[in-house]
Each structure stands twice: as C-alpha cells, then as structure tokens.
Design a protein around this ligand. Structure first.
Ligand code: 3PG
Ligand code: MG
Length: 400
C-alpha cells in the first residue's frame, strides 16, 4: 500500500476521502475526534503544496434523489467550520458534491489550500449496489482531481463510490490515519498476547453475531453488555422486560452460545441490570438481578455486580478489544457501566484497543484521556469487520 509520502502531490488537486462523520446535537459537534484524527494527512498534503479537496459523508441522508437529500441534510458546514478552526484558516465548503460548485471550488484552489465537498451521500449513487451507477458517479468525482488519498478508515468497510471506486480511477495512496489504524489492528489479529478479551456492547446482536462467531476461534473471553446483552439474556431464558430485544435473533444467539461452550471460549453476561421506567435521562430506576427483572422496566445500564464482574474478567487481559458502550452513557445516570468498563480497560497492561465512533465518544465524554488506551479507533464497523477477518472493500481498493 502506497503512503502519502510516496505520492507526487505538490501542485496536484488531491481528493482526500476522509471520515468526518461526527456525532451532532442539532448542528453542534459533540465529539470532533474524527476531524482531529484526519488532520495529519490533510496537513501533510497541504504542507507539501497539494491542493487538498476533501470528500466525506455525514449521517445517512434520506430521499430518492439528490435534491431531496440535499434539502433534508445534514450539510457538512459544521464540519467545515470546525476543520477551519483546527487548521487555522477558513475551509470553504462547496455547495454540491460533484457539480458546478465543486468544479469551481476545485479550480480555485491554490497550492496548499484546503476545501471540502458537500455531503457525498447527497448523491444516491454513492451508496448504490449497482456497479455502473457507482462507476458513473465515481468518474464525476475523479474528474475533480488528479490524485486520490484514502484516509476514511471508518468507512473502509463500505463498498461506496468515493471509498471503493474512485481509487481505481486515479493514482492513489493510503492516508496516515488508515495506515495507523491498520497497523494496530494487525497487531490485534496476528498473534495477540493472551488472555485476549473482547468486550462487545451496542444495540443489536444482529450486527455483531458474525463477529462473535469469528472471534470464537481467536479470543479467550467475550464480555457482552449493553443493548445486545438483553437478547443473550433472553436466549438463556431470563425476563428482560421492555429492554431492547431482537426476538428474531434468539435462536442465532443460542447457536453462538453453544459454539462458544464447545470451543472453550468464556461468554460473560450481565448478572444485574439498571431497570428504568422510561428511556429518558431522568427516568426513575433501580438495580435488579437478572433473575428478577420486572416485565414493565427497561434496562439502560449494567448493575454494580456486573461492573465488578466485568472488571474482574478484564484484570488479567494482555490484549483487549472493546466495541460498543454497555449502557446509555449519554444519560449521566446510566453511564456507570460504560465508565467501569473504560476504567478496567485503562488499567490493563498490554494492547488495549477501543473501537468505534460510539465507544470513542463515550470514553472522551466520560473524561478518559486518549492516552488511557493503546489506541482509540475511529471506525466501529470497519475495525469490527477487520478483526472478524473480512476484506474491507476500501482497503482492497487502496492496495490495488
Ligand atoms: C460510521 O460512522 O460508522 C462511519 O462513518 C460509516 O458510516 P455508516 O455506518 O453510516 O456507513
Ligand atoms: Mg456505522
């Protein structure tokens, strides 16, 4: 894989695919980690006299055509503003993705300048499953530039036009963020030091059953908490009340639990839960053992015995991969479980990797410095799929 340093970038318009998909509260960025993580590549290219044209997505715009999506948003303007603050000069935002405004912005760049294209997912072809639709759009994007740098690690698992197709059309290289992320994930997947403990949280088992199945051959222990643990508890016959539940996944979860038992991989589940009356920050709540969870409550966090159990199961780990918060950490009253997991991992010696936008946002919001972990990945889905052993389409395209 070529690095940015190998690319003759000076004086060229370099299309940089970055992952600037930051969490927003209205139009306020609540965690700018992905923007900051994209700076090394942007600054290096700009410093070498490239004309840096950044392409990124934000959220998942809805609508059948470009007009509907652009009208519904979200626009990348808050990101352009923040990026401008971080690089110390305004970053112009094109009014479209690959239309007249983008062409004009690209043409007006001087050496070292930085500009941003509008949300690439306003173009329905970006995410199309149809190769020729994507190809046509990729050609329009590629026409804006003469070089391509893939640095959107968090989107490398997407077979999208700007991630997968454009690198085939221009001389290309992998950005610094992508190279750093892949280096760490390689250490995690090739000869991890043992015990290797994986903590999985987040909402849905359906998203993560495949990774769990593949980890059964690699990890020594799987700690499952948060939204997806309720389906695991239900599969073990427990009442989970109104907690998040994927009923149609219960059989699949049972199969995974059985496979784990046969392969000697320990699966650690919550033993007590924080049951709330509603999904709101100020909801009344109490701690219940899993065997005693009331039908009219919804679990929003792990209880104190679970926090202790998870910490014990992490204490001897030499390698840790954590993906997904284990409670609704956005509500302070329900952040204790996620805080306890972060704390226990930060005390581990060895390689500790926090994977994913949500987990990364969680540790920062809870006040952990980035240095508390070996690596905080900017990609949730991407790091999971890599750890799972899947080929990431965007990585494959950069390696070609
Ligand atoms: C992410 O936030 O996971 C990445 O930016 C990819 O976005 P997506 O999940 O909407 O494809
Ligand atoms: Mg995602």
């Amino acid at each position: 894989m070529r690095a940015v340093a190998d690319l003759d970038a000076a004086g060229q318009v370099v299309l940089v695919r970055a992952d600037l998909n930051v969490p927003l509260d209205g139009m306020t960025i609540t965690d700018d980690g992905r923007i900051r993580a994209s700076l090394p590549t942007i600054n290096e290219l700009s410093g070498r006299g490239a004309r840096v044209l950044i392409c990124a997505h934000l959220g998942r715009p809805k609508g059948d055509d470009y007009e509907a999506r652009a009208a519904g948003g979200p626009s990348l303007w808050p990101v352009a503003d923040r990026l401008g603050e971080l690089v110390g000069r305004p970053v112009p935002l094109a009014a479209d993705v690959a239309g007249p405004s983008a062409t004009q912005v690209a043409a007006s760049l001087a050496d070292g300048d930085i500009a941003l294209l509008e949300n690439v997912r306003f173009e329905p072809a970006e995410t199309s499953k149809d190769d020729s639709e994507r190809g046509e759009f990729a050609a329009r994007l590629a026409a804006l530039a003469s070089r391509y740098v893939g640095d959107g690690f968090g989107a490398l698992h997407r077979k999208h036009a700007s991630v997968y197709d454009v690198p085939g059309l221009l001389p290309h290289a992998a950005g610094e963020l992508v190279r750093t992320e892949i280096d760490v994930l390689r250490r995690l997947t090739e000869h991890p030091e043992r015990p290797y403990v994986v903590v999985l949280g987040g909402a849905k088992p359906s998203d993560k059953l495949a990774v769990i199945a593949s980890l059964l051959g690699k990890a020594d222990r799987l700690i499952i908490g948060g939204g997806m643990s309720y389906t695991f508890l239900a599969a073990r016959g427990y009442e989970v009340g109104r907690s998040l539940l994927e009923r149609d996944q219960i059989d699949n979860v049972r199969t995974v639990i059985e496979k784990a038992r046969r392969s000697g991989v320990e699966i650690v589940l919550p033993v007590d839960l924080v049951g709330a009356t509603d999904f709101v920050p100020e909801a009344a709540h109490e701690v219940y053992p899993v065997a005693d969870f009331p039908a009219d409550r919804e679990s929003l966090d792990m209880g104190p015995r679970t926090r202790e159990l998870f910490a014990t199961k992490l204490a001897d780990a030499k390698t840790v991969f954590w993906n997904g918060p284990v409670g609704v950490f956005e509500f302070p009253a329900f952040a204790a479980g996620t805080r306890a997991v972060a704390q226990a991992i930060s005390e581990c010696r060895g390689l500790t990797v926090v994977g994913g936008g949500d987990s990364a946002a969680a540790v920062r919001q809870l006040g952990f410095p980035d240095t508390a972990f070996s690596h905080i990945s900017t990609g949730g889905g991407a790091s999971l799929e890599y750890v799972e052993g899947k080929t990431l389409p965007g990585l494959e395209a950069l390696e070609r």
